[in-house]
Ligand binder design. Sequence first.
Ligand code: PLP
Length: 464
Amino acid sequence: MDILARNKRLEELDKAFLWYPFTQMKEWIEDTPVIIEEARDCFIKDIYGRWYLDGVSSLWVNVHGHNHKDINERLKAQIDRLAHSTLLGLSNVPAIELAHRLVKLLSDNLPVDAASLNKVFYSDNGSTAVEVALKMAFGYWRHRGVATRDSFICLNNAYHGDTIGAVSVGGVDIFHALYAPLLFKVHKSPSPYCYRCELGLSRDDCEMQCLKEMESILSARSQEIAAVIVEPMIQAAGGMIVFPDGFLSSVRDLCHRYDTLLIADEVAAGFGRTGRMFACQHEDVIPDIICLSKGLTGGYMPLAATVASQRIFNAFLGDFKELKTLFHGHSYTGNPLGCACALACLDVFEKEDTIASLQPKVGFLTRWLKDVANKHPHVGQARGIGLMAGVELVRDRSSRAAYDYGQKVGWQVALKARQRGVFIRPLGNVIVIMPPLAINIDNLNTMLSIIEEAIVEVTDKAVD
Ligand SMILES: Cc1ncc(COP(=O)(O)O)c(C=O)c1O
């Protein structure tokens, strides 16, 4: 079969048999899919041989670039020894080594003591990492005889994944509202989305009233709250909403004051994305439970870790018949291939000094964000932390009026960027910028210039 016939067939099979995540399939099947079959460094290549800069790190997971020699070799070596063996009743070498390495990494980067964040529970993705964290927090109180703590505090605009527990603590209406009847009860606290403050206040003099709202929930219901869950420093899928300084550490203080647990969901922000190894480092926050995934394997294998403190772990200890076991686990929990990739990924962080070499790129991106916000009349706000940014497009800058969802302005920008060789994926009207941390300045510059051109082209034409 010649290459064109093969490609045609793949396109037909794609439309006939695949159902895509977060995709309106009616539109997908009317369009021609871009099918990727190769990747190198920060580029992905489609079946027609067109290369694209991977502006979203293949959905925020790729850290060191694609097809990294060291990670490839580690994966190949592991596959020749052991592809999978269960953690239900057995252990395996990479799972042990990675747990040790993660605990050390946390203690090297956060001001933790030996009993904080030292128990690693594996699962397969960010959503399950969150499910596990919620069950750990809930179980912690139950096993200590506190039956009243059956609820959580989360933030509006939060996104913690798509399984039902994670959706329960989510706050992005367009994704979550449909499932409301299925969700457990939570208390929603205002999002620190200062550009569109839901309390109608201005950051200049608000004194972070949003935290006071959280405090009033805690003070009225301290005996009901099992944990507060947040995405530290930046609400990612909610629109790249960067916390004001001091917000995260104040949430930590509130959790201490009202004696509840703090779950930090670093699924998106962890592993260097915010310019530090962990986002909690920005404010020296030590959560009781931390959720890690995405960058953990450098974008190679689905793996997640929920890391809890000794005190939470201890609450699950007891006689067999007491039923205090954490009854949770997945077929692929602690998968050796995933753990081997994660170990290789952490080695590359050290070998390539990834966090230090990131800093000039963060500076470059930060300057660009400032510049586009000043230059373009339809850029409402351009915000970010580390190599994780969003450009919020607006119909009218002075009133901050948003484009209608149905106008698909963000999608049009993504399409124009793709036609110029950059793959990005928006969040509504927010253009997301999340290249692999390994991207070099030249490629970053190319990517940002193309995105800027696409923004100008689309917003110049978008009708009010
Ligand atoms: C903060 C956060 N938590 C959890 C998740 C869910 O991760 P996954 O898509 O791997 O289930 C995401 C995904 O974007 C996320 O950004």
